[in-house]
Design a protein around this ligand. Structure first.
Ligand SMILES: [Zn+2]
Length: 84
């Protein structure tokens, strides 16, 4: 028995090269070492150092976890107030 082609789900695996790693050096593409991490500004910013280039690169990983949680809590508070 043959299945219709739409039912044969092939796992879509992107080749690793297509997705640039955030921890890879933008200049040479090598993996960088984590130097520092800060979430003080509400975003998850990490400083990486590339041994090959001898340069440091700041990578922004998006909103920090505590910021996401605090925003969600604020939204909940507003909803509760609206409901009375
Ligand atoms: Zn590099």
């Amino acid at each position: 028995m043959t299945w219709p082609s739409c039912l044969t789900l092939k796992p879509r695996r992107r080749p690793a090269a297509a997705e640039p790693s955030l921890t890879a050096c933008p200049d040479c593409g090598r993996d960088m070492d984590l130097i520092e991490k800060t979430t003080m500004t509400g975003s998850d910013r990490r400083t990486y150092r590339c041994e090959h280039c001898g340069e440091e690169h700041v990578v922004n990983f998006g909103p920090a976890l505590w910021k996401i949680l605090s925003d969600a809590r604020e939204a909940d508070d507003k909803r509760e107030k609206q409901n009375g």
